[in-house]
Design a protein around this ligand. Structure first.
Ligand code: ZN
Length: 186
């Protein structure tokens, strides 16, 4: 299972990026730390010109999605994303395979972080939507401005994190658990 994810990542990345790094990317290849792989998503940090950036590449059925927290990296077109791809292709095993924690794996307070890290707010809001609950309706019920919720969601995808991110995810998970099932079965 894990190997299938690894193969998928390698094939997609080879297809998406050139083997020869651009001039700007070159200095960042193999300069990453805290490198992790979760399924078909890789994440790592790198020290850039204006601080430490979080860089990620995700292979989805729709294609490759990359993002970086640097000021030009919002849509994943920066040299840090390119460098991350090349770093991964050179040594995939240097990326620590992390298993996503499921709700049933959460037994104590210190498990929550790993649980929340395994899912994006975007994915949770999509799940709510499939249960017939819109982002707007959810925001209203937890007393949050709809635009603020949208900003928290978008920021996470670009590796900028609002303080409310974890709490908002927990609220989504609560709603999904308590109201999602009834609606799904009906
Ligand atoms: Zn970048």
């Amino acid at each position: 299972m894990a190997d299938a994810d690894l193969d998928l990542l390698q094939t997609a990345l080879k297809h998406h990026w050139s083997w020869v790094p651009s001039k700007k990317a070159k200095g960042y290849v193999n300069a990453f730390f805290a490198a992790q792989r979760r399924g078909t998503t890789i994440t790592a940090k790198v020290v850039g010109n204006h601080g430490t950036y979080t860089v990620s590449i995700q292979v989805e059925p729709q294609g490759v999605r990359s993002a970086c927290s640097c000021y030009i990296g919002k849509h994943g077109h920066c040299h840090h994303c390119e460098a991350l791809a090349l770093t991964f292709l050179a040594a995939p095993s240097a990326f620590k395979a992390v298993k996503t924690k499921q709700a049933k794996d959460v037994h104590q307070l210190t498990d929550i972080r790993a649980y929340l890290d395994g899912v994006t707010l975007d994915a949770l809001l999509t799940q709510l939507k499939t249960k017939g609950m819109t982002q707007k309706a959810f925001a209203e019920q937890i007393g949050m401005n709809t635009r603020h919720l949208a900003a928290i969601k978008a920021s996470e995808l670009h590796h900028h994190y609002f303080n409310e991110l974890g709490a908002t995810k927990l609220a989504c998970l609560w709603v999904l658990e308590h109201l999602g099932k009834a609606k799904g079965k009906a």
